[in-house]
Design a protein around this ligand. Structure first.
Ligand code: ADP
Ligand code: G6P
Length: 449
């Protein structure tokens, strides 16, 4: 099999190449452990417009992966990443068309940056490569490469949901986006619903392409090991000490409106109101590092959450008890794994999510003899695979409250039964198996003439 060339906007920064944050980078890092790989994408750096002409691809090799990255100018970063990818495509694909703020100028920058990726990648390609493009930032990249004469198999995987065509067509230029997908030999999505929606779009637009389902997973062995070892870290021990045996709930999400955080806080508040026996006892730690902080909707969300956490703590807290411990900084993965292991329950309640790896990480981190309980939104892509979690509608605060009470009072035997039914799929559908299935399908494609 040929060399694998992965292309994504987000490539882990040099310091995080062992431990990146964000679903795509985490899953890919876990998946790229075999064979020689080239991983091409944005360096995470912005440069002034005047340095544009001289910019070069920088190359860095770590183990079997060669990272090739390019800088974006300030205006490319703004138009391509902040405005078009995260101000238009992200809300639309998460069924939030009302949050979308479209301009034709941003679309032009998006197309230009895809063209730039194609031109910078072209000289790095070798005969026999398999090219695998990731996520909504790069929908048109396959077609841009074909236009430059690339004949290698090219696959595309969308890590986020794909909405029904009736919604997607709100995007000006949606038909062209769909037609450009013809450039791909394999198209992968997370769930049956997403694939059906995309295939419906293909039929309406008369495009001969077919989306298939490749659910993504984590590296459960190594995560479980990190969770076990995590218990020896001084910080994890400090957390454990601070709990003093109190029931402990955890939430871990990027600060994103798709994650349903205000709704989750309302659910927790309803829980304290309706089940006052937990007041003064339970500890809820929400770790929510700021993400895309310069995009208006994300900035507003941060203000809303800061306010809600302060209000709940002010209203329900006491001089010796803080209802919500709320952090907006990232936490190293080995600590995160140890934190999950200590938690009696995890709240994973997105309003809409491609897959959601946190749900799988939480299950992998548990001690099977005394596991915690996963509370999971019906609208996470992981929900169909994880029906033994406590499934909730994140819009219903009382349902979240009931699930929290149920989780914290659940008998050990039921917790074990549920975990024993969740665990096999988390071990079976991994980052590695996801990548192998997709690449296997791509490798089987006959080279185009
Ligand atoms: P998304 O891709 O939308 O961010 P996922 O749940 O699929 O959501 O993936 C998030 C990944 O980022 C997980 O691997 C999770 O452990 C990691 N992550 C999320 N929040 C943090 C945090 N506060 N610190 C470190 N890693 C985090
Ligand atoms: C989601 C997206 C990824 C993205 C990640 C982090 O997982 O599917 O493409 O990399 O969020 O977001 P960021 O904007 O920081 O890359």
């Amino acid at each position: 099999m040929g060399r694998l060339v992965v292309v994504s906007n987000r490539v882990p920064a040099a310091r995080d190449r062992q431990q990146p944050a964000g679903g795509l980078a985490v899953a890919l890092r876990d998946a790229l452990s075999e064979g020689q790989c080239l991983w091409f994408g944005w360096s995470g750096q912005q440069i002034p417009e005047e340095d544009k002409a001289e910019r070069e691809v920088s190359i860095d090799k770590v183990d079997n992966v060669t990272y090739a990255t390019i800088d974006l100018t300030h205006s490319e970063f703004d138009g391509f990443y902040q405005k078009y990818s995260n101000g238009i495509l992200w809300p639309l694909c998460h069924y939030r068309a009302g949050l979308m703020s479209y301009t034709r100028a941003d679309r032009e920058v998006y197309l230009d940056v895809n063209q730039l990726f194609a031109e910078k990648l072209l000289p790095l390609l070798q005969p026999g490569d398999l090219i695998w493009i990731h996520d909504y930032h790069l929908f048109p990249l396959g077609q841009a490469l074909r236009d430059l004469g690339v004949t290698s198999p090219i696959g595309f995987f969308l890590h986020i949901p794909f909405p029904p065509w009736s919604l997607m067509k709100a995007l000006p230029g949606a038909e062209r986006l769909m037609r450009n997908m013809h450039a791909y030999d394999v198209i992968g999505l997370q769930t049956e619903d997403d694939a059906r929606n995309m295939n419906d779009g293909f039929s309406v637009c008369g495009v001969e392409a077919r989306a298939q389902v490749f659910p993504i997973g984590i590296d459960p062995e190594s995560f479980a090991e990190q969770a076990r070892d995590g218990l020896e870290h001084a910080e994890v021990l400090r957390l454990q000490e601070s709990l003093r045996g109190k029931p402990f709930i955890i939430g871990v999400d990027r600060l994103d409106y798709s994650k349903g955080l205000p709704e989750r806080f309302k659910g927790y508040e309803a829980f304290l109101k309706r089940y006052p026996e937990h007041k003064g006892k339970v500890v809820y730690l929400q770790i929510t590092p700021v993400s895309r902080g310069q995009v208006e909707e994300y900035r507003l969300l941060k203000e809303e959450l800061d306010e809600a956490a302060g209000r709940i703590n002010g209203m329900y807290g006491d001089f010796d008890w803080t209802p919500i411990r709320y952090l907006t900084k990232p936490v190293p993965r080995e600590l995160l794994a140890g934190f999950y292991r200590l938690a009696d329950a995890a709240l994973v309640t997105p309003l809409r999510d491609g897959m959601n790896l946190v749900a799988k990480e939480y299950v992998a981190a548990q001690d099977g003899k005394d596991p915690g309980v996963l509370i999971l939104s019906h609208f996470a892509g992981a929900a169909p695979e994880m029906e033994d979690a406590l499934l909730v509608n994140p819009h219903d605060a009382d349902e979240i409250a009931d699930a929290l009470h149920k989780a914290l009072t659940m008998a050990q035997s039921e917790r074990c039964d549920r975990w024993n039914r969740l665990q096999p799929d988390v071990w079976r559908v991994t980052a590695g198996s996801w990548a192998r299935d997709f690449i296997g399908m791509l490798a089987a494609k006959v080279k185009r003439a």
